[in-house]
Each structure stands twice: as C-alpha cells, then as structure tokens.
Write a protein that binds this ligand. Structure first.
Ligand code: ADP
Ligand code: MG
Length: 504
C-alpha cells in the first residue's frame, strides 16, 4: 500500500471510529433518557399505590367522615345533604311522567309510561344532547331557557297522542347533578357549581324556581314535583326494579354517592320524622378528603390549574373529567425528561384537557399486538408522530396506573358506605347478616366512565372483593344503570303524585 493509500485507510478508520463513537454516545444518551422516563413511571406508580391496607384506611375514613357530616353542618368535608326523599318508587306507580337530567356533559329529556307493576316501564323515550360549552359559563337565564326550550320542543313532538288526561298538568322530575341544599323534595338551593360550571347568579338561588320561571317564559305548563341529585335518581330507578338497593354511585364526568340512612342517625336534624324511618342522604363524596389518599405531584398540579382549587379532591382522582388530564400531565413530565414523543413535543400535549378520559379508556383497552389504537390517539389527540411500540406500551402503563387507582378508590368509597350502614360484614348479625349469611345488598352505579370502561369496572370489582373478602363481596351486587338518573327522577315524580303511594 502506498503512502496515499495508507492515508486514505487511516482517514476512513478515523471517520468510522468517530461515527461509531457518535452512535454509541447517542445510544447511551438515549438509554439514559429512557431510564429517566422509566424512573418517572416508577415514581408515579409508587405515588398511586393502593395497597389493601391503604384502601382499608380510606374505607374507615369515609365512614368516619360520614358520621361527622351527619352530626353537624360543616362537621366534615362531606356535606351529607338531606334529600327529603323518604320513600322510593317500588313498582306500583302508574301514569305518564317526565324527567330532565342535567349532568356535567350531557342533557337528557325523557318521558316514561308506567304500568303499575314492578318492572313495567311501558315506554321510555329519551333525547340526549351535549350541553353547549358556552352555557357552562354563561348566564343563569341562558342555561334555564335552553333547558325549558328543549323540554318544550320534546313535548311538542308528542303531537296529538293522548299521553295525559285532558287538563292535567304534566309532572316533572328534575335531576340536577350539583350540590343543592334541599328545602323540600321539590325545591332546593344551589350550594356551588362543580364539573367546570361557573354561572353567576345561580348559587344561593332556588333551582326549581329558576326552571319554573324559564318554563313560564317559553309557555310550558309543567310542574316540578321532584328536584333530585343524579345519585338519588339512580337510586330511585334501581329501587323500582330491586328493593334491596340501598345506595347509588355516579362515576361519570364527576363522582358522587347517596344512600338510605336511618333518620335517628341524622343527628344534625334531631326530631326528623319520616313515615319510613329513613331518608336518602346525598353524601357529595366528590369532596371527600383523607390523608390516606395517594396524592401525587400531578394531582397537586391538576388541582392548581382547576377553577375549584382545594375542592372535590376525591372527584379529581376518580372521575371522567380528570383522568385524561392526569395521564396528560404525566406524559408531559416524561416529554420533559426525554425525546420519547419527538424532539419538540407537540403543543397539544402541553394543552390542558387535550387528552380526554374516553381516549384513556380506548388506549388502555387496545389489545392489538402493535397497539394501533394507542398510536392513532397519540397522533390525533396530541399530534405525537408515530411513536415506537415501547413508547406506546409506556403510555398504556400510565393509563393503567391512573384508572386502577381511580377504580380502587371508588371501591373503597363504596365499602365505606357499606361499613356506615353495617353491611360490610364486620358486625356479625348487626352487620347485615341473617342466618349466618350476609344480607343481599344492591348498589346502583351510573355514569359514562363506569358504563363505558370495562377495565375500570374490573378493577373496582376486584378491589371490593379484596376489601370485603369473597364471602361478603358475593352478597354485594352492583347494578349498572345506563341513563337511569333521569328515569329515576321521573319515577320519583310518579311516586309523589297524588295517585301513587310508595314506601321503602
Ligand atoms: P354526565 O356526567 O354528564 O351525566 P355521563 O354519565 O354520560 O355524563 O358521563 C360522561 C363522562 O364519562 C364523560 O365526560 C367521560 O369523561 C366519561 N366517559 C364517557 N365514555 C367513556 C368511556 N368509554 N370510557 C371512559 N370514560 C368515559
Ligand atoms: Mg349523569
């Protein structure tokens, strides 16, 4: 080899070594960055841990807070609101009644025809539509005029059908899924807005009056016979079909629960008498808080950016409005630590609420071998270009951690209620056992998150089994109720109608 040849060879070798060195260096760096991302995941998993011991502490805390909220107003973060519902539909109701359901995301108008024997809902027509976003922060009149107008249009479609005897005013059950201080079964005052609503002039006012005024403005002759929380509507419908129902839980945009309490246990209302000896209490459990809840820096960040800071802490860990956002916050942190989502993370990833909970569910439940759905959602919702398989797996893991924690905490909340009413199997005969067997207990559950997310349901069931033990857990039945809160409100209107009577 001549001198020139040698020079070229040496030159090539140097270039090759440099390239190899660069490649190795890049790989080492990339591995280090990946390691940091895995570190973020591990830390998050630990922060979200819901060991059985921790869940039991949450159960106890829920039962203790329920006691405190029943002892005095302001005695707990749990408002434990009286609903004045002392009787629940039992299947004997007859006639045509109307329901209105204002949730956090959807608005439903419905009509039910009742035949007078259990499970004989002869007909049920429902119209669902999303609540226009601008109404969430608009004016009080705009919101109630919208509701009254939709209701009027719905009724006008009845045409000349003979749904009601001539001259009889239509009776309506209004499901209003926000905390209200009830004045009677059919009226109540809004305590605060939740779930992203913020409308001036409603808080402190009588919600039934707002609706009746709007109905008068649009020329609709209708009477609000029951104003109920969505939990109470759900309880009513489930009780109509199954009298062992003692509680109802909502897991949708927000989360909440209600249950049947003995009036003598409602200490803050001494002397409260009802025919049945019981009353439905709206727990408003979304605002539950306990130092035993597994809170992470992402929960703190979510709370900080929310319009209702330091409020609805339990809800912010569980419900559909927030799960997607928690996942997004974790992915954002990962994007800061590494380039797993591309060199310059897309602005959508940084935009609050760009990842919605149904997307979390779809990614979590993607069972295709190459996680195609995960790739599609990352691309469409967050503008993250085709992510490698290991990155997609990581995203699924984050969805799993967030949803599992949510479902297990909801399970602990439910067992907290069972403990409060002595149905958790801990108190022998007094604990709801008869002839050595735990008594059958039905809990109604409603909400888009619970109904639409199978893995969430599985995690919830699993946790209830772990906390209660299989023997007692078998006696607890979850009755899923789709769109039931509005139907339940119509049933409550029916059971309060002079022609219908019912008891627990
Ligand atoms: P609302 O709370 O307004 O009464 P829903 O009970 O229908 O309404 O709940 C809607 C919420 O449920 C949505 O905001 C969403 O967060 C969540 N959700 C709906 N479908 C799914 C799904 N398939 N998987 C997970 N969450 C869902
Ligand atoms: Mg609802």
């Amino acid at each position: 080899m001549g001198r020139v040849g040698l020079g070229v060879a040496v030159g090539c070798a140097v270039v090759a070594c440099t390239i190899a060195g660069l490649l190795v260096g890049r790989r080492v760096k990339s591995r280090r960055r990946w390691g940091r991302v895995v570190g973020v995941l591990r830390e998050f998993e630990q922060g979200c841990a819901t060991s059985i011991g921790r869940l039991r502490q949450v159960v106890d805390a829920m039962a203790v807070e329920m006691h405190a909220g029943l002892a005095s107003d302001g005695g707990s973060k749990l408002k434990m609101l009286l609903t004045f519902v002392d009787t629940l539909p039992n299947g004997s109701e007859k006639g045509t009644f109307y329901g209105l359901d204002l949730g956090g995301t959807n608005f439903r108008v419905l009509r039910v025809q009742l035949g007078g024997s259990r499970s004989s809902i002869l007909g049920c027509q429902v119209e669902t539509q999303p609540i226009p976003q601008h109404l969430l922060t608009g004016s009080n009149e705009e919101l109630f005029d919208f509701i009254a107008t939709r209701l009027k249009i719905f009724i006008e479609k009845e045409g000349n059908e003979d749904v009601l005897p001539l001259g009889r005013t239509r009776e309506l059950g209004f499901t209003f899924s926000f905390p209200i201080r009830q004045i009677s079964v059919s009226s109540g005052v809004l305590i605060k807005w939740t779930k992203g609503f913020s409308i001036e002039g409603t808080v402190g006012g009588d919600v039934t009056q707002f609706l009746e005024e709007a109905m008068a403005r649009v020329g609709l002759d209708m009477k609000v016979s029951a104003l109920v929380n969505d939990t109470v509507g759900t309880l009513a419908l489930s009780h109509y079909h199954d009298e062992d129902t003692i509680a109802a839980v909502i897991i949708g945009t927000g989360t909440n629960a209600c249950y049947v309490e003995r009036t003598d246990a409602i200490i803050k209302c001494q002397g409260l008498l009802t025919n049945s000896g019981g009353m439905v209490v709206n727990i408003e459990w979304g605002n539950f808080w306990s130092s035993h809840l597994p809170r992470t820096p992402y929960d703190v960040a979510l709370d900080d950016e929310s319009p209702n800071r330091n409020d609805q802490g339990f809800e912010k860990m569980i419900s559909g409005m927030y799960l997607g956002e928690i996942v997004r916050l974790v992915l954002c942190r990962m994007a800061q630590e590494s380039d797993i989502f591309g060199d310059a993370p897309a602005p959508s990833l940084a935009a609050p609420f760009s990842l919605r909970t149904p997307m979390v569910a779809a990614m979590h439940e993607d069972d295709s071998p190459d996680l195609r759905e995960v790739g599609r959602i990352l691309e469409e919702a967050l503008q993250i270009p085709v992510a490698p398989l290991k990155t997609r797996r990581l995203v699924v893991r984050v969805c799993d951690v967030v949803s599992r924690r949510a479902a297990r905490l909801a399970a602990a909340g439910i067992v907290g209620i069972l403990k409060k009413v002595g149905r958790d199997g801990s108190g022998g005969f007094a604990g709801g056992r008869s002839k050595g067997k735990p008594r059958r207990t039905v809990v109604a559950i409603e909400g888009g998150l619970y109904a639409g997310y199978a893995m969430f349901r599985e995690y919830l069931d699993e946790a209830v089994g772990e906390i209660l033990g299989e023997d007692v857990a078998q006696s607890v039945v979850f009755r899923i109720s789709e769109d039931g809160s509005g139907v339940g409100a119509a049933l409550l209107a029916a059971s309060r109608s002079p022609e219908n009577q019912s008891t627990f």
